[in-house]
Design a binder for this molecule. Sequence first.
Ligand code: CP3
Length: 345
Amino acid sequence: MNDRFLRACRRQPVDATPVWFMRQAGRYMAEYRALRQRYSLLEICRHPELAVVVTLQPIDVIEVDAAILFSDLLVPFIPLGLEVEFVKNEGPSIANPIRSEHDVDQLRMFEPREALVHVLETIRLLRVELDGRLPLIGFGGAPFTLAAYAIEGGPSTSYARTKAFMYSQTRAWHRLCSRFADLMADYLCAQVDAGAQAIQVFDSWAGALGRADYREFAKPHTERIFAALASRDVPTIHFAVGTAAILPDIATVGSAAIGVDWRQPLDEAWAVVGLDHALQGNLDPATLLGPTDRLFSAADDVLNRAAGRAGHIFNLGHGVLPSTPLENVQALARHVHERTLKAES
Ligand code: CP3
């Protein structure tokens, strides 16, 4: 098997730097858009045979070193009783967002092995399809980011409702986040048991919090997820955006690898989290929209900052943007491999 990705997560030497891309399956691919003409996002997530096809779409045409389960962060909202819908060009929308402690108590806790059996079935089918070719990454959301979606109910830039809830309904906030932590711990362990070989926890919006708030309202809940995953022998990745101020705390949340976005140079981030962590990142996804000479020099800057150290997983600082030309994604993956391939000794 191509085990570069798993080796890098464990900070073992690799023959070339592993590459994968957040949102490597999605709208920038014509095959995905074609399938979306016939099925909604949630229909694809609900049907293992469709989710398998979409997961495999990028790995057949791009030189990536890992596959990521096709699903969505908000899929677990459905069995909880949160009515989520994906509105075209606007993102997720929740018809009955959480606004009170009563709403928190109304959430239906569920057994992931039953209510999300279709996701676990997708993982099982993928392991058969991948047949050892590439490792498979499973994923879920961190409590802060899940709670932010559940409370806002739609897009937000200030997270005003989320923070107001945190500050003024503090007990309900912690109850909500601890429910998400329990659920995610269970769900992610179930993903590993079904065959996921690494787990990434997305706390996409944690960068909206100041350091003291991150410590009080988010970190203790995320820690519980990684503590539960420690019972399974797979590498874990923590990912968030805009984390420069909270990186010292993220370093102790319990993951093996840490994803960083492009705002902070990779070597500086590594100095903060310490060499006992693998680092994933951190090219600006927008560089894929420009000419390839600039794309390659930006990628080289990331690689130079990683300095060939064991434990670098090349990725973007956030997901592939829908307007990205596929050729640029293909060229970037090839470039990273060519630049870092070590001669056989
Ligand atoms: O290839 C992969 O990375 C796996 C698939 C994946 C999706 N969502 C599919 C998807 C993953 C890992 C996610 C995680 C996810 N979902 C996150 C965390 C990652 C991040 O971006 O920070 C978040 C915040 C969500 C919630 C979500 N889902 C939003 C905000 C949106 C709308 C924004 C957008 O890009 O349209 C989605 C929709 C979504 N999830 C799409 C895909 C491929 C696009 C939907 C479509 O086909 O119309």
